[in-house]
Design a protein around this ligand. Structure first.
Ligand code: 6PG
Length: 246
């Protein structure tokens, strides 16, 4: 179980993005102070774009700048598209953040999603193992993994009724998503649950019902409910609309 589960609700999306950016920076400073680097996995979709833009803007203020040379950027999941595709999580993060801060290119580890899906997943797992210096049965420990919540209770690209839900050995897999008729490349639960901190970002009234269901301790059928860092923090950052049924 997580060391701590915190649910924080803020009035609106602007406040949500600010809270998420502040937590990102807090975690970064703490990790760099304690370990000399900050290893973070970004989430995709639309919610985080506002957070990434704030982090980029914060760079112009000496009081909120980050030492990006000590920040190492990964992606919790990626669509099976080239990096310049409109659906690419890498493209979204690049446009909103990575192209606007002095993070060295060699510190950014994108998924080579232009390749065959299984090949892309294997290459990404190999990159994780190499970067973190992992032995065969080791799992990387990210300082922060950002996640979103889909309307069906998925997170990363761990969708209901998909094969990746049962993967407990591989770190990264290609996951066929029937409803999209598409592969996604995604971290598996072992990676998510080995993180020092997982931060869910949930905004908007359309997420209110699924959020209520996912936070209900009586149920356990949704993938997002299986994100329980064994030795880490679990933070749910919500705006008022998303939290309206709690
Ligand atoms: C993705 C994400 C996915 C996302 C949720 C929420 O690649 O789309 O990894 O898990 O976080 O679907 O997406 P929104 O933030 O767009 O609601």
């Amino acid at each position: 179980m997580p060391d701590t589960r915190t649910i924080k609700t803020v009035p609106n999306t602007t406040a949500l993005y600010r809270a998420a950016a502040d937590e990102f920076r807090r975690c970064a400073h703490e990790s760099i102070h304690e370990r000399g680097r900050f290893c973070v996995a970004l989430s995709g979709g639309s919610s985080p774009r506002g957070v990434y833009s704030l982090l980029a803007n914060d760079q112009s203020n000496p009081h909120t700048q980050l030492p990006w040379g000590k920040v190492f950027i990964f992606f919790g999941d990626e669509r099976h598209v080239p990096p310049n595709h409109p659906d690419s999580n890498y493209r979204m993060a690049s446009e909103s953040l990575l192209s606007k801060v002095p993070v060295p290119p060699q510190n950014v580890f994108r998924v080579f999603a232009e390749l065959d899906a299984n090949e892309a997943a294997q290459k990404y797992e190999d990159q994780l193992r190499s970067f973190f210096g992992l032995r065969l049965n080791d799992c990387p420990r990210f300082d922060l993994i950002m996640l979103g919540l889909g309307p069906d209770g998925h997170t990363a690209s761990l969708f209901p009724d998909s094969k990746a839900l049962d993967e407990n050995v591989r770190l990264v897999v290609a996951n066929w998503v029937e409803k999209f008729q598409q592969y996604r490349i995604t971290f598996t639960f072992p990676v998510l649950n080995h993180a020092a901190e997982v931060m869910f970002l949930v905004a908007g009234g359309d997420k209110a019902q699924i959020l209520k269901d996912v936070l209900n301790p009586e149920t356990s059928q949704f993938p997002a409910q299986k994100v329980l860092p064994e030795n880490g923090k679990l933070l749910w950052l919500l705006d008022q609309d998303a939290a309206s049924l709690l």
